[in-house]
Design a protein around this ligand. Structure first.
Ligand SMILES: *[C@@H]1O[C@H](CO)[C@@H](O)[C@H](O)[C@H]1NC(C)=O
Ligand SMILES: *[C@@H]1O[C@H](CO)[C@@H](O)[C@H](O)[C@H]1NC(C)=O
Length: 246
């Protein structure tokens, strides 16, 4: 009897230490997702008058809605709100905080499993910090990738990002049916859990991401959604004014 309970204790200790070393639900990568408002709004029929890459989200590679009881509370990020409105706007409802609430529930509560992101202020603050540090919008401009009526080769866009940051991004496009071009929509840049850069192509396996469906409050899958850009098809990077190309 004694031996048996001692064994159980040992077994329990061994199991719990295994979990400490490798928590089963802990994420290891973060995906910082930017979207191009003109492309997004052409799909969603919104009218964002924004000509810069804005934040879509900061997504850990494991877990969805990890703590439904942890409610979004905008008072906790009050000091971040001016930057949130500018850098992470809700393109569908510009005056609401619904988008942030959605992203917090779906991704933030999972990111919060790490101590570095375990509050709303840390999570949103870090997303903004990474977004500004990358400064993707300026980098693209600096290397002459600008919204235009001409088409880009996919390798040109990918090359600029890869050369500058030294890691592979994941670039997503909209593929209008019957067209021989694709429309630039979303750019993901990935990080290790210590916030150093990481190749996105190191298999990010979550279904919702690999399928490329838009991760948003509405079912954009129904109208096509984003998928990884085709390497051989010309890329259209739509300027603000042309909202009627699709
Ligand atoms: C879009 O923004 C620009 C610059 O901020 C402004 O000049 C223009 O009037 C705006 N257009 C619309 C349709 O709101
Ligand atoms: C929201 O956060 C503020 C500041 O931390 C706090 O005072 C307030 O009680 C919270 N509201 C809710 C509904 O939890």
């Amino acid at each position: 009897m004694r031996l048996c309970s001692a064994l159980l204790v040992c077994l329990a200790a061994a199991l719990s230490s295994a979990f400490v070393i490798s928590p089963p639900h802990m994420w290891t990568k973060l995906i910082l997702t930017h979207h191009w408002p003109t492309t997004f709004c052409s799909m969603e029929h919104c009218h964002a008058n924004i000509s810069s890459w804005t934040l879509h989200g900061l997504w850990p590679d494991k877990g969805i809605a990890c703590d439904p009881s942890w409610h979004f509370n905008s008072s906790e990020i009050e000091d971040l709100l001016p930057d949130m409105k500018k850098s992470w706007p809700d393109l569908l409802k510009p005056t609401s905080s619904e988008f942030w609430k959605y992203e917090w529930h779906k991704h933030g509560t999972c990111a919060a499993k790490a101590e570095s992101l375990n509050s709303q202020h840390k999570y949103f603050g870090k997303a903004l910090e990474l977004y500004h540090k990358l400064d993707l919008d300026s980098i693209l401009k600096k290397f002459d990738i600008v919204p235009s009526d001409k088409y880009y080769a996919f390798s040109q866009i990918e090359g600029v990002i890869e050369n500058f940051y030294g890691v592979k991004p994941k670039i997503q496009c909209v593929h209008p049916s019957k067209n021989a071009f694709q429309i630039l929509g979303q750019i993901e840049i990935c990080f290790h859990s210590d916030f150093t850069l990481l190749d996105c192509e190191k298999e990010i396996t979550m279904e919702t991401f690999s399928k490329g469906g838009w991760d948003g409050p509405v079912g954009v899958d129904k109208v096509g959604g984003f998928s990884v850009c085709d390497h051989d098809m010309p890329v259209y990077y739509p300027p603000l004014k042309s909202n009627t190309y699709m």
